[in-house]
Design a protein around this ligand. Structure first.
Ligand SMILES: Cc1cc2nc3c(=O)[nH]c(=O)nc-3n(C[C@H](O)[C@H](O)[C@H](O)COP(=O)(O)OP(=O)(O)OC[C@H]3O[C@@H](n4cnc5c(N)ncnc54)[C@H](O)[C@@H]3O)c2cc1C
Length: 491
């Protein structure tokens, strides 16, 4: 008889681990706290508008291709490559830059502000490529059984990259570029890791290789939520069952084995193997009540920033913006060094605007635009009171209106927003930190919460707060790593 697996959480990590396990013949079922699947990769569909709630694009599509091939299916959604990658509006000088992967087109954007841009960028990317090639297999796509095992695998990485450990992302861009605009744009990717270029290691410049040279970025036709929906439908074809509005709050164990998980109604969920897609650190503390992960210990870890996300249905079409847009102010260094902790910086917010309806007209009623705004904000450790949420949302809408010379307020026919409190409560994200645990050097590899449990031999973890880390492709890799472990232990 096939073994029963219970997966806690239907984020991308849970869904992809579930499909891999179901393909290997395990009998899989899911419990999920929310009313619909997807976790942070979710969707709001109201009044004729469709919004992706979290992720709006992704890199490394080959991870999805490999995942689908491992599961013996054709990719059940359609990739759309972004070209330009995105557009950046900088307040100072009212500058607008279209960011292309094509280096000639990119060089045209910067020829006046960064002399010899092409040579400098080529040299920068060559270095980023070397870092990527030397680290991706050794440090990212690996299970580590112990810290000595991790250190041994790291010791095989080219030592020429060691100085990067002592430099931040921003300092690395300074070695190559003179203009602040180019430094700002090249270092924006550090925000995708949930921190800033000033507290993100220069090792992560490997992401510039992925962004500008290797894969670039992709959307999914119909919106990013198509990924979650299509995986659920593949799982249902394999008789996998889903139980929503079911939050795991307690457990029962015997002799080093987890016997069952207990939901908020007191119902017991038994299985042979348990895979936890809830945050790997938070769950160990909150449900398994481990001292090393109690609130005091969790607070000492490095968490990512929070996000204020805004969903707007606009009557009318906006020709002023593209599908993916960044709006930066004039005080990048001050802003980035303060944003993690100082709510005061929200007076001059920086934000990302996504107009999903530009490439997917079905996501808004005819003649309308669906806008999704993401504003980095301090997480709940540094801003606990969000009673001013709507005022901050108003100020962002006013700022955006000024920047695009169009008064959005009278055109808004749908409006909703999530503060870090909403992100925390909906998906059990500790302190509402949008990307969970950060990729601080002491929180990656074997130093990140492990994908196997310290006490229960039949408990495993998948998703962004275990190895290798946050972001959709990383979470898909985490499903491969955890299933490798399960197959090793249980066959
Ligand atoms: C605003 C925002 C924008 C982002 N943009 C991008 C982007 O553009 N590109 C990109 O690659 N990544 C992006 N990310 C990151 C990406 O969303 C995450 O890394 C990824 O979706 C995490 O997937 P996961 O499976 O690890 O966790 P989650 O999606 O958080 O899934 C965990 C699931 O477990 C459930 N759960 C938790 N606790 C329990 C419990 N006790 N009982 C039952 N169920 C429980 C939760 O409800 C949730 O459904 C973004 C994130 C945010 C917040």
């Amino acid at each position: 008889m096939s073994r029963e697996v219970l997966i806690v959480g239907t984020g991308l990590g849970g869904l992809s681990a579930g499909l891999r396990l179901a393909t290997k013949g395990y009998q899989v079922s899911f419990v999920e706290k929310a009313k619909q699947p997807g976790g942070r990769l979710n969707q709001i569909k109201e009044n004729g508008f469709t919004f992706d709630t979290g992720p709006s694009f992704f890199s490394m599509p080959y991870e999805f291709e490999e995942f689908c091939s491992d599961c013996g299916i054709d990719i059940p959604f359609e990739f759309v490559e972004l070209d330009p990658l995105y557009t950046v509006f900088i307040r100072e000088g009212n500058n607008k830059f279209n960011i292309y992967k094509d280096i000639e087109l990119l060089a045209q954007q910067f020829e006046t502000i960064e002399p010899n841009f092409k040579q400098k960028f080529t040299a920068y990317l060559k270095h980023c490529e070397a870092v990527y090639n030397d680290t991706v297999d050794a440090a990212i796509k690996q299970n580590f059984d112990s810290i000595p095992d991790y250190l041994y695998k790291l010791s095989r990485v080219n030592p020429a990259h060691l100085p990067l450990l002592f430099r931040n992302f921003w300092s690395q861009t300074k070695l190559y570029f003179d203009s602040k605009e180019v430094r700002q744009i090249v270092s924006l990717i550090a925000f995708f890791l949930g921190r800033t270029p000033f507290d993100t290691s220069a090792i992560y410049t490997l992401l510039s290789h992925i962004e500008f040279k290797y894969t670039g970025y992709y959307n999914v036709k119909g919106g990013m939520y198509t990924i979650a929906k299509s995986l659920v439908s593949e799982l249902e074809k394999r008789n996998v069952t889903f139980h929503y509005n079911t939050e795991i709050v307690d457990f029962e164990s015997k002799n080093g084995q987890l016997l069952s998980l207990v939901d908020q109604q007191g119902k017991r969920w038994k299985a042979d193997i348990f895979v936890i897609n809830s945050d790997a650190a938070f769950f160990r503390g909150k449900v398994f009540k481990r001292k090393a992960y109690n609130e005091k210990s969790l607070r000492k870890k490095h968490w990512t920033m929070g996000y204020l996300t805004i969903y707007l249905g606009i009557k009318g079409k906006l020709s002023q913006i593209e599908h993916h847009n960044y709006f930066l102010g004039s005080n990048y260094e001050d802003y980035a060094t303060s944003i993690m902790r100082d709510p005061g910086v929200l007076e001059k917010p920086y934000y990302y605007v996504n107009a999903i309806s530009k490439s997917n007209p079905e996501c808004a009623p005819e003649g309308c635009e669906a806008l999704f705004i993401v504003c980095p904000v301090p997480n709940l450790m540094y801003k606990t009171d969000w009673s001013d949420k709507e005022l901050i949302v108003d100020s962002i809408i006013d700022d955006l209106s000024k920047r695009i010379h169009y008064d959005l307020k009278p055109a808004i026919i749908y409006r909703r927003s999530y503060s870090p409190i909403d992100w925390q409560n909906q998906f059990n994200l500790f302190m509402g930190a949008g990307l969970g645990l950060s990729h601080h050097m002491l929180q990656i590899g074997a130093l990140r919460p492990k994908n196997f449990d310290e006490h229960f031999k039949n408990v495993f973890y998948v998703g962004s707060s275990t190895t290798p880390g946050a972001g959709l492709p990383m979470v898909v890799i985490s499903s491969k790593l955890v299933v490798e472990r399960i197959l090793k232990y249980f066959g």
